[in-house]
Design a protein around this ligand. Structure first.
Ligand code: SAH
Length: 256
């Protein structure tokens, strides 16, 4: 039996219509579909009724399948000649360890394709009315891992690099470390009145937002027990949501 093929596919950030056409094709053609926690459940309905669906979701504290087990599954199914789609939230190469999976496949000589996706880092702020860059306000943005996921190495972030007022900071996986993140940014020179936003379940109909400043957002989040999955946005662009907000809670999900 010949070797199969693996697609490392980005599912987009939540709203199921934000998957790419190519991504959808790879769901439809999969004989084995291995999907993560942050993949929109509606997308799984496009899998063939004969496909084997494997949940490989990870929670920060509680790993359903260890990364090594996921890698092994990809390799084993492909070696059995199957078409495997590895469906990951957002873009497969923005955190989430898609790069490591591609390396493992390459090392085993398995054919694979990367199908990029719409990353939550940019799309979730957009659904909260926040453009990550804006002429005259922010000419750069950085996407940072908040390191609360125990998968991530314990290296500390060089916060001094992110003190520039003309840069938007987008922090993923950071809610558990919010007081330390905001404290570090202020300690390195970002003013306490810098606008900040938290966006939970962005792009889903149940999206929630919390707005504040670097100085008060951690307290506000604690008061309402704001939880993951959420994107933290820091920078003057956050204020633009007052003009641009377009996606209100309760907007019906688009059907595909
Ligand atoms: N590859 C993904 C990111 C994986 S890391 C991407 O490109 O989007 C997982 C983190 O992404 C979560 O902890 C959260 O910070 C963020 N995230 C993903 N989907 C999200 C959503 N719909 N709303 C808010 N945050 C989200």
């Amino acid at each position: 039996m010949g070797k199969g093929k693996v697609y490392l596919t980005g599912a987009g950030p939540g709203d199921p219509k934000l998957i790419t056409l190519k991504g959808l094709e790879t769901i439809k053609c999969a004989e084995v579909l291995i999907y993560d926690r942050l993949v929109a459940p509606d997308l799984l309905e496009y899998a063939s009724p004969d496909a084997e669906l494997v949940y490989a979701g990870k929670l920060p504290e509680n790993h359903t399948l260890r990364q090594e087990e996921i890698n092994q599954l990809l390799v084993l199914h492909a070696l059995q000649g199957k078409t495997v789609t590895r469906l990951k939230g957002g873009d497969p190469f923005v955190f989430g360890r898609g790069g490591e999976e591609a390396v493992v496949l390459a090392e085993h000589g398995i054919e694979y394709e990367i199908v990029p996706g719409v990353t939550s880092a940019v799309a979730v702020p957009a659904y909260a009315g926040i453009p990550v860059t804006y002429r005259g306000v922010a000419s750069a943005f950085s996407v940072i891992a908040g390191f609360e996921n125990c998968d991530k190495p314990g290296t500390s972030i060089d916060w001094a690099r992110y003190a520039s007022p003309g840069e938007t900071l987008i922090i993923l996986m950071g809610i558990g470390n919010l007081p330390s993140i905001t404290g570090n940014l202020m300690a390195h020179g970002r003013p306490a009145d810098t606008p900040a936003a938290l966006v939970r379940w962005g792009t889903y109909t149940h999206q929630e937002t919390l707005f504040g400043t670097l100085g008060d957002i951690a307290g506000k989040a604690a008061a309402v027990q704001f939880q993951n999955p959420a994107v933290i946005v820091v920078g003057e662009v956050v204020n633009l949501h007052e003009k641009i907000a377009w996606f209100q809670k309760g907007v019906p999900a688009v059907q595909i």
